[in-house]
Design a protein around this ligand. Sequence first.
Ligand SMILES: O=CCCC(=O)O
Length: 537
Amino acid sequence: MPSAPSVQEFAKSLGLKDPSLLHNQSLIGGKWVDAKSGRRFIVEDPSTGKLLCDAPEMDVEDADEAIAVALKAFDSFRKTTHRARARMLRKLNDLMIENREDIAKVIIAENGKPLWQSQELINVWRHTTACNLSFRDPSPFILPLTPQVAEGLAEVDYAATFIEWFSGEAERTYGATIPASNPANRIITIKQPIGVVAALCPWNLPIAMATRKVGAAIAAGCTTVVKPAGETPYSTLMLGELVSRAGIPDGVVNVLSSLETTPRLGEKFCVDPRVKKISLTGSTRVGKLLVKQSADTLKKLSLELGGNAPVIVYEDADLEKAAKGILVSKLRNGGQTCVSANRILVHRNIADALVKVMAGMIGSMVVGGGSDPKANIGPLISSRAVDKVKHHVEDAISGGAKVVWQYPSPLTGPQFSKGYFYPPTIVTGVNQSMQVWGEETFGPLAAITLFDSEQEAVKLANESKVGLGAYVFTKDMSKAMRTAEEIQTGMVGINTGMLSASESPFGGVNESGYGKEGSFMGIEEYLITKAITMDVS
Ligand SMILES: O=CCCC(=O)O
């Protein structure tokens, strides 16, 4: 294994204000530890291929210890008051915001996060609830920061909104009083924390997906073992450090880094009866595997899995608004989110005009890596991710689709030689026989299919086994509502490309999984309802 820079070198290379926030060890019971096996793996910057640092390859025996520690911590944590937990979360939120630039720099290094810099798109983005920049900082984009840092900041702010949101929800886990049919009886329900939770997180929004789970779990009184993706462990380990600084008791949040051993850890969480719940943001394939593996322990699962988001642009849509919405959804994180626009269904009469507006907008953006201060659209996470986009484009062309626009500058030169880049591309003439129709691309490919009627558009949109996000663009609100009601997904955006917010229930239907994250519903996933019947005669 090549040798990676030390954690001090890594922190120095990022210019962190507080290098002690950064760790390359796992966190168990408040202690920073290595894998019992001594194994480590290396993490690289996807925009340069540069080795960033290493981290422990935690294995089943480490997970066993972390679960034991979390269970012990649960004994006392479950008895803390709701108000005390709310205060802890508020402190954690404040610490995240205080350290947002350092956290952002780490996210950018490990994830290569891009930013659309076009002022118009930023305006759309800023005013969405997905990033609370407008109240956190009235002018984030005129700070002397590179665009990538701004994108990272947006994720930190989005991540912190889950902690802040659940600090409020912690105090609102109300039970019910139920009229009893037996006059001697009184029935009430109480809500109690479910127990030890395993939180399996993805690399695309490494800290936001962790806080969406951990915030709800802490609010409910649960303890957690968090498993960040192998590609992006450091921002979650930083979260672990901030959890300790916020005074949240040791063992409440444990963080295990892993790369190759991840499937073994997933199985361990499934089969271990001490783990009462698993929350996964990941692929449908992995979700199904966890369901099978946890059948014997009948584990409660929340599964936020793959999407294949349809966008319907009706003939009467405001084209500027539709183009911005599509691009906000399509290019956020380079197209690597589970709610990224995937099948763009456009009324035949406006397709050429829409492509022109979209091309104009993307054409003003710059593809590049972290070292390029002008870059708006960054790399994908890996060479496999680039191959998938390439393959979707080639497959669509061979099926008769046409590339109608592609990012004009060739992605050559030293800044692109080692990173995982793909030029943003628009294709039209996509149909159901093509791979891009059946699976999410997770990259900067806008795949357009034409339709002629509302009925046809809805039918096409519903041709998918998964159903997470969907988008509708039209000025006719009756048509928008009809469409939103008919689309088989867990979330629909009307005239917006951004669905995500801490206060909105996030989750899908069918093979996109089950359970809701965020919102007033998110905490329920971490609670059990107990009915108490009392004879008062
Ligand atoms: O990729 C999954 C989550 C995306 C989001 O929270 O907006």
